[in-house]
Design a protein around this ligand. Structure first.
Ligand code: NAD
Ligand code: GLY
Length: 358
């Protein structure tokens, strides 16, 4: 039996624990942070069907206290948020009420945003059920909905009261979704921790095979890295931006695939390889480190090449649009090699075009 791990996100009076272990949701002890306060559950409909029962029981919820959300990115919308607000209003959730989010990053981001805005902000608890949500989206307080004009354009920084990651929920997660989470896990090693990078490399087969010890160790280390970064830069005025390694390339690839062809984590895997190759081309980092990153991602079951159907020019244009709104210059996270990411401004477009077409 895997021991339960705990990581603290140390934000002073807003500090909160992340608990990681198998079977945590079956033990009603996880509701301790909520106590006897009024509560409502916002849940991914698939996850509610698979794992909702013990959560409902622990929270003492009736059928009418669960808002089931259609799975998929399309639910992270103003329309779903408005329906959730109306539903919460009917139930008169008071200021001391708590919203519990059960599901992946879509539900976590949406429910977090609804909690951040209901009565100007009430408490919420994250019960992440995808690996990506466990290692990234449930931690750090970024909440958001999408607009037709772009992803995550409306949102708030709103930290949860607690995060409970039950490994048992991962038993039903499709393999591609698991691999997408492993990409974000390896990212922490790639940007700040060469020893953790090597740890993931060594355990790639165990992680892909869902070995509990390997997964628990990977989630704990990922959360510890994210917690440390968020504690020093909650609002991304500095090095929280390093978490976006591979993401500017990744967003362009995700968008070029119509948000259907590739999962977010898969597009980020390709994006990290491109960022590493670009760093090598600019003379910042060894080419061998880029090759090592690519091999590690392949072992985790991830794609590492830009799909042949996508053109370099189209991707470059999408990257320009993604970044122009901020400063008009291309600002990317590059690296000096494994474990040493940094922000680069004014990256020459010709070099980006070269790696996109290689
Ligand atoms: P998701 O929430 O869409 O979940 C992926 C799929 O897995 C869904 O179909 C869902 O129904 C299913 N699923 C979830 N848990 C399951 C389980 N245990 N068993 C079986 N099926 C399960 O996707 P995601 O990858 O978790 O999250 C992506 C979202 O996270 C994006 O909207 C992205 O913008 C956001 N995100 C936010 C942050 C942040 O810091 N807030 C960071 C990274 C990503
Ligand atoms: N996923 C990036 C961040 O939380 O800052």
């Amino acid at each position: 039996m895997t021991a339960t791990r705990e990581v603290l996100v140390d934000l002073g009076s807003r500090a909160y624990p992340i608990r990681i272990g198998r079977g945590l949701l079956v033990d009603p002890g996880w509701t301790g942070a909520i106590g006897s306060r009024p509560r409502l559950l916002l849940a991914d409909a698939t996850v509610d069907r698979l794992h909702g029962e013990p959560v409902r029981a622990a929270l003492g919820l009736s059928e009418g206290s669960v808002f089931a959300i259609e799975p998929g990115e399309a639910s992270k919308s103003a329309d779903t948020a408005a329906r959730a607000w109306a539903w919460i209003a009917e139930r008169r959730l008071p200021r001391d009420g708590v919203i519990v989010a059960l599901g992946g990053g879509v539900v976590g981001d949406l429910a977090g945003f609804v909690a951040a805005t209901w009565m100007r902000g009430i408490d919420f608890v994250q019960l992440p059920t995808t690996l990506l949500a466990m290692v990234d989206s449930s931690v750090g307080g970024k909440t958001a909905i999408n607009l037709p004009a772009g992803k995550n354009l409306v949102g708030a920084f709103h930290q949860p009261l607690a995060v409970v990651a039950d490994l048992a929920t991962l038993d039903t997660l499709p393999q591609r979704e698991l691999a997408a989470g492993l990409a974000e896990t390896l990212k922490y090693g790639a940007i700040v921790d060469p020893a953790f990078f090597a740890w993931v490399e060594d355990r790639a087969a165990a992680l892909v095979a869902r070995d509990d010890e390997a997964l628990a160790g990977a989630i704990r280390a990922s959360c510890a890295h994210k917690a440390a970064i968020v504690a020093r830069d909650e609002r991304e005025t500095g090095d929280r931006a390093l978490l976006n390694f591979g993401h500017t390339f990744g967003h362009a690839i995700e968008a070029a695939g119509g948000f259907r062809d590739l999962l977010h984590g898969e597009a980020v895997a390709i994006g990290m390889v491109l960022a590493a190759r670009l760093s090598a081309r600019l003379g910042l980092a060894p080419e061998a480190d880029a090759a090592r990153l690519e091999t590690a991602l392949e072992r985790l079951g991830l794609p590492t090449r830009v799909p042949a159907t996508m053109s370099a020019e189209d991707l470059l244009e999408r990257m320009r649009l993604d970044k122009k709104g901020l400063s008009g210059r291309l600002r990317l996270v590059l690296w000096r090699g494994i474990g040493r990411a940094e922000i680069a401004t004014d990256v020459p477009e010709a070099a980006i075009r070269d790696v996109l077409s290689a």
